[in-house]
Design a binder for this molecule. Structure first.
Ligand code: FE
Length: 333
């Protein structure tokens, strides 16, 4: 059969990418990789849950080489489910901080954080005093009764946040806090992070939680209605006097059954390059995982410097089964 193929076709290099990143600005990232390496990317885009289900049903026959996911809880779960293989790469080890990687073993790390986002508090500047919402714990306190809005407690962004709080204050205090959150709800959990920001601006909610890139997107928006929303909303990077603001990641891994393993590693290494890292920051308003990458993003710059938590991100994911049980007990839907 090989005789029928031109040498170029026989040697064509491919990479099968399963991506849950739902950000249009990633296009340029993939195109640049192909341009510089000659490796063609076949891409499957779906949400995290769909992607993980697909990988499981494909099993060893899966064509996936690289998997990109957007949350620490999901990365941890996929690692637990045996969907990744460990990778040792001098480049990745040098560039991606250890606390942003999956479990380390002789064989390397199971996954690598590629960009970070903070989970912050937004409040209605007319209805709520900033001093009342400086810490995550404040949202469970009686002073914020009837004010709190969140998306579903079981959404991975919240599972990761609650898993982090668990790591910082322990099981008992975390469950009491979650119970307080439920007591303080202005409405039943619904919608995404952007919906919470809008509901805070309208006054339906006094205070809510959101990832920073949703905020940054609205801050950079030219639409008058987005500007109006942002004029009503104050932003707090929580827990500056204690453990620091909760950080989550988007990350990537080499698939367990990757057929193009070398290309997969090359791709992850490319995503840690300065060029790719600045795409994450400037395109989707995330912070680069690699330190020292220059930002040119007015929204991120306006957030300034803040204290981030420093717990290993893999712990945040590992706490989610316990956290989910707590949510069930306190009735946090
Ligand atoms: Fe998101």
């Amino acid at each position: 059969m090989g005789a029928w193929l031109s040498p170029a076709a026989a040697q064509e290099q491919v990479l099968n990418l399963y991506s849950a990143r739902h950000y249009q600005t990633d296009e340029a990232l993939y195109a640049n990789f192909t341009k510089s390496t000659g490796i063609r990317i076949n891409r499957v885009d779906t949400d995290d849950a769909g992607l993980l289900a697909r990988l499981k049903s494909e099993g060893a026959a899966s064509p996936a080489d690289v998997i990109l996911l957007v949350d620490a809880a999901r990365l941890w779960q996929a690692e637990e489910d045996g969907l990744f293989q460990a990778v040792k790469s001098k480049t990745l080890d040098a560039r991606i901080p250890a606390q942003l990687r999956g479990k380390a073993s002789e064989a390397g790390s199971a996954w690598f954080g590629l960009s970070t986002r903070a989970r912050v508090i937004v409040y209605n500047q007319q209805a709520v005093k900033k001093e009342d919402v400086l810490n995550y714990q404040d949202l469970g306190s009686p002073k914020n009764k009837g004010r709190v809005c969140t998306r579903s407690g079981s959404h991975p962004y919240n599972l990761s946040l609650f898993g982090a709080v668990y790591e910082h204050i322990g099981a008992e205090a975390t469950e009491a806090w979650l119970k307080g959150l439920v007591t303080n709800m202005a409405r039943a959990p619904k919608g995404g992070d952007t919906d919470q920001i809008k509901a805070v601006a309208s006054g339906e909610c006094g205070v809510a939680i959101t990832n920073t890139y949703y905020l940054a997107r609205m801050m950079r928006s030219e639409k008058p209605e987005d500007r109006e929303v942002m004029s009503k909303v104050g932003v707090v990077f929580p827990n500056q006097q204690s453990w620091g603001t909760h950080i989550n990641i988007a990350g990537g891994a080499v698939a367990r059954h990757a057929k193009n393993r070398d290309n997969a590693i090359k791709f992850l290494e490319y995503l840690s390059s300065n060029e790719a890292q600045s795409y994450f920051a400037n395109g989707n308003n995330e912070w680069p995982a690699v330190s020292g990458v220059r930002l040119s993003n007015v929204a991120l710059e306006s957030f300034g410097n803040f204290k981030s938590e420093t717990i290993p991100i893999s712990k945040v994911g590992a706490n989610q089964p316990q956290v989910q049980k707590m949510l069930d007990r306190v009735g946090y839907k």
